[in-house]
Design a protein around this ligand. Sequence first.
Ligand code: MN
Length: 342
Amino acid sequence: MAKIKKVRFKLNTFEYIKPFHIANNIAYDTKNIEVIIELENGIQGFGEASPSFRVNGERIEALMALEEVVEEMIMEMDVREYRRIFEKIDSLKSASSIKAAVQYAVLDAFGEEVGVPVYQILGGAKKEIETDYTISIGSIEERVKDVREILARGHRIIKIKVGENLEEDIQGMIAIHEVSKGCKYIVDANTGYTPKQAIKFVKEVYRAGIDISVFEQPVDMNDIEGLKYVRWKSPFPVAADESARTKYDVFRLIKEEAVDYINIKLMKSGISDALAIVEMARTANLRLIIGCMGESSLGINQSVHFALGTGAFDFHDLDSLLMLKEEKFRGKYKVEGPVYKV
Ligand code: MN
């Protein structure tokens, strides 16, 4: 038996090494909630929630207040029967980052209990993955300088934030390409463009001879028609991120044939919906990226094990821990430049 005896939430603040600037939002630090689940035999499982008000409508104070609620929900349940616990935790509909952290902490405790790492519990499909690195919005000179720095650190997959200033974004893209030929690009507008602006962006970039691997969330999260418009007019694959939070969102995106890619983030869907989205995407022939919010090494650990276990992703956008000041690395995996491995 491996029954849950205690659930604890702990608030941790991490500063960004350099302010993180995306369309209409700049972050200087991130407040994350560590979730600790303790079993009757003393084994502990760890998870981390990195809440997002912009995407999930989550507030730290409201989430912290769920500590007792969660404990009451899953007290005395056996982590070896984790599907039962997942189903209970699925009721946390407006606290998806907590849902992710609790569900992962359950898997982590189960893994410790049976001596099997979580990536193997989830399928053991891969041993290593490569992360991209994100270039914030900034002046063209700043963007180019940041690209040179990450190239020197071995990154070959570059995520580029756009969506505030169309002309500057196009010029920035061309300038970045000049110094990073041979790299792959994921371009993310974080809902910043209108459908027509998005088409202008991709057409200009295409004309400049640049190939984009994925064009992420060009338009408003609720504008499914707009996503679809961009998908069919763009020479590059289009991804939903903010538009794809739960498995129900993804079901609709599939029915509407609105996108080529889904960006799964555990913080939006928890482990249970993320597992469902993986199977739905495979069935519907969609491609997948795995992304993150502001997780530290503890939270990124969750996505690394999920990605290794399912083996489902073309791209891994798991760079937040590389951008945060953190005293101690807490992942159950190794970091070698852009490569994460077990
Ligand atoms: Mn995104």
